[in-house]
Design a protein around this ligand. Structure first.
Ligand SMILES: Nc1nc2c(ncn2[C@@H]2O[C@H](COP(=O)(O)OP(=O)(O)OP(=O)(O)O)[C@@H](O)[C@H]2O)c(=O)[nH]1
Ligand SMILES: [Mg+2]
Length: 694
């Protein structure tokens, strides 16, 4: 049996830009709830939520981390997420698994562009939103600025339920607005506080804020509004019900002030989570769908079929692979079987574990709203649906941003080539955005992510977990070569010095084909001047020669070759001789056909806020882009263009700096196009120098 009922559960996720204090706030909550015995600190590397070595090294979260705690009458499941945009997939998956979010905004940086992006994502999911304004103890802390920004940027009414007493070094506590009490905190991180009357100089501001808050609460419903306008006080019960309703509808954003690092002002937020945040029951049905789109709603009820969504896969040095599941309906006991409806296969469930940062605690049973881990599922991956019955219904998967940043990876130690791909595959199981493949033309291993940091972290993990050390370089551009003129040439291969000789002789006409046509071979030999059995060898010889063009050694494309004459020798002719002759002919023809270099052109769609569009366009113009059009999407604009791949190899980080992280883009291959003369000369020179160096 579970120790709590579903309506006592609060699944809550911490979100916002990097560095605002999410992990620190999580640590303070865990410590106050006695789920930990000391206040974990990100800077000291002892946070239970930032437990991965890569997180400790960077002093910033990379993965979502989960920890339960009990507070008042609630069981809270806390999900801390990374605020760096490189790791946004952790947030996207987390949003599918929680009913509530706490936006942690710090009183210095307030709302940065990435928080704006996250806010939009949270709005789309329709989750309940609460805000904690942290770092009130820091220099230049400005609580009111954050409230203004919430109005302006998030476009929602902030409802300050606590306000700070003093700031910077003088920050000493918070006023609970609804109770009109001052909570004066110790600054030693203990979270201890004394409840006293409001400092006199704050009476006016408290009164003013109180009236605004009550008015906002009264607006939740007409009856309350009437009572309020008639001068009546709202009862505690009415206040509490208005808070819940307004929170679930998003009428306002309840705001709390404090310092996560000093553990000040955190308990009022925890009380609110316990009393007003949504339980899984309040959210209503979740929809399962089959391949035909038939729907099967499930609700947070113990009696229903078990349904769960795997939103995270982690690997533990002792337990191995662990799948982290959010249960939406039904219950599950250890040592049972579930059906993975995504992979259409059964999975054995052994122990069921509650997560406490990196440690785990076995559970007897889980039910709706629980987030738990199961070890060693054979086929299950992130995004899969697990059910209690064998039916092919799944939860919808979110869409992830496309990996647009490509880097070439090369092992530092020779012989490690074979280890790279399997190791990368393991890492990719934990990250749905990361992609790895081998580029056929350049032969390079390509690792694609959202940005430089995303790829670098994957490389750090390769080293730590699999002992594979790699070097990262900008990937090579897969140029190609083609011709612009027509030529008729002879290729003759003759070796007739005693014994069995070699003899092959061909005349070919080489001409350009349209872009994308590839290669066309026509045989126009008549009268058996070249015997039929040697014709395929001629084509082979040409294809061989096309693998490496004469300009810079890139593959040759879009050429037509007509074989129209030649001669042979009864004894000395062979397939090999004709192959060599054809190859020689093709190389000669290329020299006479004005060879040119082709480069891949990409279709790119860049989405940025209106005010950044000028800079983005200017920058793209300097990258030889052909801009095709711009359309408005609310406050954002979407630009479509064609750009040479060579110009946007590092665009992910460039766009981030041009737009302060407010821009995103997608790209896909469009076609090959001639490289402009001046650039071509440079590439050819470099390629030849590289060849000479080898
Ligand atoms: N002075 C002060 N520092 C804080 C406070 N909260 C967090 N910090 C510091 O701010 C830095 C970032 O805090 P984190 O808790 O790691 O922030 P985060 O939001 O989890 O950041 P990401 O994991 O990168 O998204 C750390 O150095 C903390 O010590 C606070 O309330 N006051
Ligand atoms: Mg963090």
């Amino acid at each position: 049996m579970r120790k709590y009922s579903t309506d006592a559960l609060r699944d809550i996720m911490l979100v916002s830009q990097s560095g605002s204090g999410k992990t620190s706030l999580g640590e303070a909550m865990l410590f106050n709830a006695k789920a930990t015995t000391r206040l974990g600190k990100v800077l000291e590397g002892n946070s239970v939520l930032d437990f991965e070595p890569e997180e400790q090294k960077r002093q910033s979260s990379i993965f979502s981390a989960i920890h339960n705690f009990r507070w008042k009458n609630s069981e809270v499941i806390l999900l801390d997420t990374p605020g760096d945009s490189n790791f946004i997939s952790e947030v996207i998956l987390g949003l599918k698994s929680c009913e509530n979010v706490i936006f942690v905004l710090d009183a210095i940086d307030s709302i940065k562009p990435h928080s704006e992006t996250l806010w939009k994502m949270v709005l789309d999911e329709g989750l309940a939103k609460i805000c904690f304004v942290s770092k009130m103890d820091r220099e230049r802390a400005d609580f009111n600025q954050v409230l203004d920004d919430i109005k302006q940027i998030f476009d929602i009414r902030p409802l300050p339920l606590t306000i700070p007493i003093g700031k910077e070094d003088d920050f000493s506590g918070v006023v609970d607005i609804l109770r009109k009490k001052a909570l004066m905190f110790e600054k030693d991180g203990s979270g201890a506080y004394k409840e006293v009357s409001i400092p006199e100089d704050m009476n006016d501001i408290v009164e003013e804020t109180y009236n605004e808050v009550i008015e906002d609460l009264a607006e939740v419903d007409d009856e309350l509004m009437e009572k309020y306008l008639d001068g009546g006080e709202l009862s505690p019960r009415e206040v509490s019900s208005a808070l819940s309703i307004g929170l679930s509808r998003g009428d306002f954003l309840p705001v709390f002030a404090g310092s996560a690092l000093l553990n000040m002002g955190v308990q009022p937020l925890m009380d609110f989570v316990s009393s007003a945040a949504l339980s899984p029951i309040q959210v209503g049905e979740r929809i399962l769908r089959d391949a035909e789109g038939n729907e099967k709603p499930v609700k947070a009820d113990d009696e229903e079929m078990f349904s769960g969504y795997v939103f995270k896969t982690m690997s533990d040095p002792y337990t191995g692979k662990m799948s982290v599941v959010r249960c939406f309906s039904g219950t599950l006991n250890p040592d049972s079987t579930l059906y993975n409806a995504t992979r259409k296969t059964k999975e054995r469930i052994g122990s069921i574990l509650a997560l406490e940062g990196k440690s785990q605690r076995p559970l007897d049973q889980v039910g709706p709203g629980d987030i738990f881990a199961v070890a060693k599922l054979k086929e299950t991956k992130t995004g899969d649906t697990l059910l209690g019955e064998n039916i092919d219904y799944t939860f919808e998967n979110p869409t992830f941003p496309e990996a647009v940043m490509n880097m070439a990876v090369k092992p530092k130690t020779k012989g490690d080539e074979d280890k790279i791909l399997p190791a990368l595959q393991r890492i990719m199981e934990e990250d749905p955005v990361l992609k790895a493949y081998r580029d056929e033309q350049t032969g390079e291993f390509i690792l694609s992510g959202l940005g430089q940091i995303h790829i670098e972290i994957a490389v750090d993990r390769l080293k730590r977990r699999f002992g594979v050390e790699v070097e990262l370089t900008t990937p090579k551009v897969p140029y190609k070569e083609t011709i612009q003129g027509v030529a008729k040439v002879q290729g003759k291969y003759k070796k007739q010095t005693g014994g069995h000789g070699q003899y092959g002789d061909v005349w070919i006409e080489v001409s350009p084909l349209e872009r994308g046509a590839g290669f066309e071979f026509t045989n126009r030999i008549v009268g058996g001047v070249i015997p039929r059995q040697y014709i395929p060898a001629v084509e082979k010889g040409i294809l061989e020669a096309m693998k490496s063009g004469i300009l810079a050694g890139y593959p040759v494309v879009d050429v037509g070759v007509k074989l129209y004459d030649g001669s042979y020798h009864e004894v000395d002719s062979s397939e090999l001789a004709f192959k060599i002759a054809a190859s020689m002919a093709f190389k000669k023809a290329m020299e006479n056909c004005k060879p040119v270099l082709l480069e891949p052109i990409m279709d790119i769609t860049v989405t940025v806020p209106e005010d950044a569009m000028g800079d983005v366009m200017g920058d793209l113009n300097s990258r030889r882009a052909k801009i095709e059009g711009i359309v408005s999407r609310g406050k954002y604009q979407e630009l479509k263009a064609k750009v040479p791949l060579a110009e946007i190899l590092t665009y992910a980080s460039d766009l981030t700096s041009i737009t302060s992280g407010r821009g995103v883009y997608t790209m896909s291959f469009s076609h090959y196009e001639e490289v402009p003369r001046n650039i071509q000369e440079k590439i050819v020179k470099e390629a030849r120098a590289e060849k000479d160096a080898k």
